[in-house]
Design a binder for this molecule. Structure first.
Ligand code: ZN
Length: 188
């Protein structure tokens, strides 16, 4: 039993596919192989995988994102499916390794906000979490701040996070390293 969890945030069709409703585009699509490898590695090391995805309702006028972003990850749509090979591999892992893959729906940027994520991590005695997915500077960032405040050790690999805003992506990675003391793995 590993004390490590891999937390994949918002790697959905709407956020990653070329025709997604709020897509990161190519930088997001480039993470696919790395995320698949990390899923396989986590399962091989008996770690836990949590896939936490945005869940929105249509015409949700009081939601704080309503005036900021076009509708995305709407309940019951294809846009909420995980992107590409990640979807296939995670489904296979769910089948082959019952209990090792947990899916959660979130309503805000942070994967901790209004979800049982912390309860699950504490129950499984997990101290180290790796965050992956999109966007580095939005949902990954808000989740990272909560993880920091809750005292988790956090790993972030540049090959598994992306944003549509390259400058904001860079600032977030620098913040993770210099301000929150995370283990940030940079390319090259
Ligand atoms: Zn959203």
């Amino acid at each position: 039993m590993s004390n490590k969890a891999f937390i994949l945030i918002d790697y959905t069709v709407d956020f990653v596919a070329t025709d997604g409703k709020l897509t990161v585009g190519e930088p997001g699509q480039k993470l696919e192989k790395s995320i698949v490898a990390k899923i396989r590695e986590t399962i091989a090391n008996e770690g836990l995988i949590l896939a936490v995805n945005d869940l929105h309702k249509e015409h949700d006028q009081h939601h704080p994102e309503h005036s900021l972003f076009p509708p995305h990850n709407i309940e019951g749509t294809e846009g909420r499916k995980l992107f590409g090979e990640v979807d296939d591999v995670l489904k296979q892992m769910e089948k082959d390794h019952p209990g090792k893959v947990i899916r959660l729906d979130k309503r805000r940027y942070s994967a901790f906000c209004g979800t049982p994520l912390e309860l699950i991590l504490r129950q499984e005695n997990i101290q180290v979490i790796e965050l992956a997915g999109v966007c580095t500077d939005i949902c990954v960032f808000h989740t990272a701040v909560d993880a920091y405040n809750k005292g988790f050790q956090v790993i972030i690999d540049e090959s598994a996070v992306a944003s549509f805003n390259q400058k904001a992506h860079e600032v977030a990675l620098e913040h993770f390293k210099s301000v929150m003391g995370f283990d940030v793995k940079r390319r090259g």
